[in-house]
Design a protein around this ligand. Structure first.
Ligand code: PMP
Length: 490
């Protein structure tokens, strides 16, 4: 099928036939872009998603993967690029769009920043330990820095023990298979992150999906699992593991934890919760969803989280009872086969945790958590007053604003960038086709002035593109407005 640039797709490769007048086209490809030798084959790529990619995504893909050339702080620099062939390729102009307000990074506490004096300990660690460990935790890759970090994580979460891993994604995908296997049942929220999905699949356990954050749907699966057991044999499941997230990154919803804990106790199932977007970001002192609901963290069997969002670093952790963590130290593929966390990264997390716990002798860390909560409520409230439809819990710093139509996505993101506001837009296949959205991430590093600039632009954009779909506008709550913004010290 022709694309706007005049090329055709043959097995995923773009051939520009206008330029190829040497017979290559007629030798290899049919009119429909299918390689001749493969004519009788079931098409490998010609499905709906392929159609969608060529006819919709390609036309608006300038709004994704925009390269930035600075740290993803509250402001960032975007490299200007243009396309001369309707988005098939891009060319950098060499110009940089400076100081764009960053509404897209998961920099919840503003800890992803350029080097400053407060990061001196990272420099010191770099000088002493170097950058890499070049060994696994199991062999020679366990450093005192890892031990210090794990003790701090356990202390922060108020649990017996914790283990850290070099990559958040692998923390899920490599540890779930260590906990469950054949004959076990995983009950997974339909909107769980791919790392959870992959871990579940790799485990070999049977997977059943419940509706997003829907405890009735979960209870039905639990009841059926207990009554009917495994298919055919009707033996009882060896164990049942419920997989959920703390805050969902596309919906902004917060898990219904108290109800899920009640269910897991009733049906004697285990609970695994991924706090990638909630650790540091929700709860009065940033200790995640257990703190948010005032629950004992030991009520959750496996607490998992990542350091890529609130901590401005990389990696993940599993925390909970000591016997669970000891078991994973021996059985996790991540501990046995993957290199351990780089020491400067470990130090950045240690520094951030000490900051949050006030162990650096200041209350700045706690203030960040409070500022994030204030910014979140202010931003969400103002959007609802304007008549936008937004998803999620009012305390969730992930704020999806519904645009619905794919056509509006492009206009929205392009206009916002013209106003020097960087936004993340999300569409199919990450969302249903007609539920495209902009997904804002509020940060403690956003000043009230920045948020007001964004809100003003959104108000204008909402009228221009007719995005104010809500019939239930919220009335104004000035008490949320006069709070003086706490400016973070650099
Ligand atoms: N879990 C969730 C819920 C996530 O959103 C992500 C990534 N954003 C991960 C795990 C993977 O973490 P990382 O990017 O730190 O590898």
């Amino acid at each position: 099928m022709a694309n706007p640039g005049g090329g055709t797709v043959c097995n995923g490769k773009l051939h520009n036939h206008k330029k190829q007048s040497n017979g290559l086209q007629s030798r290899n490809c049919t009119k429909n872009g299918i390689v001749k030798e493969a004519q009788d084959f079931v098409p490998l790529y010609q499905d709906f998603e392929n159609f969608y990619t060529r006819n919709l995504y390609m036309r608006i893909r300038d709004n994704w993967n925009r390269p930035i050339c600075s740290a993803p702080g509250a402001l960032f620099d975007v490299m200007e690029r243009v396309s001369d062939d309707y988005n098939w390729t891009f060319r950098f102009t060499g110009r940089v769009i400076k100081d764009v307000i960053n509404m897209g990074s998961y920099n919840f506490l503003g800890l992803a920043a350029k080097y400053d004096e407060s990061m001196r300990t990272i420099k010191d660690v770099l000088e002493v330990y170097g950058t890499g460990v070049a060994s696994t935790r199991h062999e020679m890759g366990t450093l005192d820095k890892h031990k210090e970090l794990e003790d701090l994580v356990a202390k922060f979460l108020n649990v017996e023990a914790a283990m850290v891993f070099g990559m958040g994604f692998a923390t899920n995908s490599m540890n779930i298979p260590a906990l469950v296997g054949k004959g076990c049942l995983i009950l997974s929220d339909e909107l769980n992150h791919t790392s959870l999905v992959l871990g579940a699949r790799l485990s070999g356990a049977t997977i059943r999906i419940f509706k997003h954050n829907n405890t009735q749907s979960l209870e039905k699966l639990l009841r059926d699992a207990v009554i009917y057991g495994q298919p055919r044999t009707r033996r009882a499941w060896k164990k049942i593991l419920i997989l959920v997230e703390g805050v969902y990154s596309m919906e902004g919803s917060i898990v219904h934890l108290p109800q899920i804990i009640a269910l897991k106790k009733k049906y004697k199932a285990y609970l695994y919760i991924d706090e990638a977007h909630s650790i540091g970001a929700v709860g009065p002192t940033g200790r995640g969803v257990t703190e948010f609901f005032g629950l004992d963290p030991h009520e959750v069997d496996v607490l998992m989280g990542t350091f890529t969002k609130s901590f401005g670093a990389a990696g993940g952790y599993i925390a909970g009872r000591k016997d669970l963590v000891d078991y994973l130290r021996v059985h996790s593929h991540s501990a046995v086969y993957a290199s351990s966390m780089s020491p400067p990264i470990a130090e950045q997390i240690i520094r951030s945790l000490k900051h949050l716990m006030g162990m650096d002798g200041t209350t700045q860390g706690l203030q960040r958590v409070r500022q994030l909560a204030k910014n979140t409520r202010y931003f969400r409230q103002r959007l609802q007053e304007m008549g936008f439809i937004i998803y999620g819990n009012e305390n969730s710093p992930v704020v999806p604003l519904l645009l619905y139509m794919p056509g509006k996505v492009a206009a929205f993101a392009r206009h916002m960038l013209e106003k020097k506001i960087g936004v993340v837009v999300v569409g199919f296949p990450a969302t249903p086709l007609a539920e495209a959205r902009a997904r804002f991430c509020v940060s403690a590093a956003h000043t009230r002035e920045m948020l007001d600039t964004v809100l003003e632009a959104l108000d204008e954009m909402g009228d221009l593109l007719q995005l104010k779909y809500s019939r239930h506008k919220k009335s104004a709550r000035p008490e949320l407005y006069d709070e003086t913004s706490f400016e973070l010290e650099d």
